[in-house]
Design a protein around this ligand. Structure first.
Ligand SMILES: Nc1ncnc2c1ncn2[C@@H]1O[C@H](COP(=O)(O)OP(=O)(O)OP(=O)(O)O)[C@@H](O)[C@H]1O
Ligand SMILES: [Mg+2]
Length: 324
């Protein structure tokens, strides 16, 4: 038992416990990530899915420790390969970023310097962590650009000379430049056509085969279902369901997951898409009890009053009173 347990924990690249990240605004405290716990294994590909504003990017920024005021991580633990990231010195955390954890940002301009050529930015990243000369680093930069479907000579361009989709690919090249142990990709393919999207997905899948772990954040349920081993469903700062992708799609447990799946367009059956009624709540004044209850077709009395626990049902985790 002891041995099995320690093997299991060695296998974990990332372990998040009870993580909360809040934004402190004049209107009040916005709980963007609300006591989230999750694990990620070595060589695992997980998809994080949920509507706009449910806290996906905030969770990713928290892992990278890039939350800026008025945001703050207020509680919890983020263990990465055994290190508690929230306890590292800034200097130590800078070394983790890029080299050990790479991130593709949802907004390419967050991490591209508008005044510096693409090539120089990639070269700098490489030279910050690896002992190579400028020529070698530049060659590597060109290869990286080619691997994401851009001509190598784009190293000489400035970010504003590229289209949104091209910039997104430069970001991906930057994030994978150091072959990080964990790659977090936040909507990496939103501005890309399906052919380039597939190319990017192949890169992520190759990284996984080489033993890396991947977190893909996306609105696109079918993409997550197709590519990831496990799916995590976020709603209003909570993880409401988490489990094996195939099983989760075949038999969603949480009414929110069901709603999301029903609203996926199906071009083959050309069936009418059901849209979920209502909107995600204001996270400064969320509804009491289960934050999903005002939109939930299955809501009971208790859902309006008490927060549901996260419970295990058939190897899946679900935060819903239906299963208590
Ligand atoms: N800098 C900020 N200051 C104040 N509130 C913020 C800030 N960034 C995010 N929020 C709020 O935190 C909540 C979660 O935002 P987040 O960006 O994490 O959502 P998301 O799931 O990534 O959405 P999307 O799918 O649109 O990218 C939202 O309600 C948002 O308004
Ligand atoms: Mg986001």
């Amino acid at each position: 038992m002891m041995v099995a347990e320690s093997l299991a924990s060695n296998n974990k690249v990332l372990k998040i416990r009870n993580l909360s990240t809040h934004y402190f605004s004049r209107r009040g405290v916005l709980k963007a990530v609300d006591r989230v716990s999750m694990d990620l294994r070595k060589q695992e590909f997980i998809g994080i899915v949920g509507e706009s504003g449910c806290g996906k990017s905030t969770l990713a920024f928290s892992i990278m420790r890039l939350i800026q005021p008025p945001g703050k991580i207020v509680e919890g633990e983020i263990l990465f390969n055994g290190k508690d990231l929230l306890k590292l010195k800034d200097e130590e955390m800078r070394r983790v970023r890029g080299k050990e954890i790479g991130m593709v940002f949802q907004d390419p301009m967050t991490s591209l310097d508008p005044l510096e050529k693409i090539g120089d930015q990639i070269v700098e990243t490489i030279q910050m962590h690896e002992d190579v000369d400028k020529k070698e680093a530049l060659e590597k930069a060109m290869k990286l650009l080619e691997s994401v479907g851009l001509p190598g000579d784009r190293v000489n361009y400035y970010p504003h000379q590229l289209s949104g989709g091209q910039r997104q690919r430069v970001m991906i090249a930057l994030a994978i430049a150091l072959n990080p142990t964990l790659l977090i990709a936040d909507e990496p393919t939103t501005a890309l056509d399906v052919i380039v999207q597939e190319k990017i997905m192949e890169i992520l899948e190759k990284m996984k085969r080489e033993g890396r772990s991947i977190i893909l954040i996306t609105h696109d349920f079918s993409l997550a279902a197709e590519k990831s081993d496990r799916i995590l469903i976020m709603y209003a700062g909570w993880i409401v369901e988490m489990g094996d992708s195939m099983k989760l799609v075949a038999e969603p447990l949480h009414p929110y997951t069901k709603g999301l799946i029903e609203s996926v367009p199906d071009i083959w059956l050309a069936r009418k898409i059901k849209t979920m009624p209502g909107f995600p709540p204001d996270l400064i004044n969320p509804p009491p009890g289960c934050k999903f209850h005002p939109r939930c077709p299955k809501a009971k009395e208790i859902c309006k009053r008490e927060e549901p626990p996260l419970i295990e049902v058939n190897g899946r985790l679900v935060k819903c009173w239906l299963y208590e």
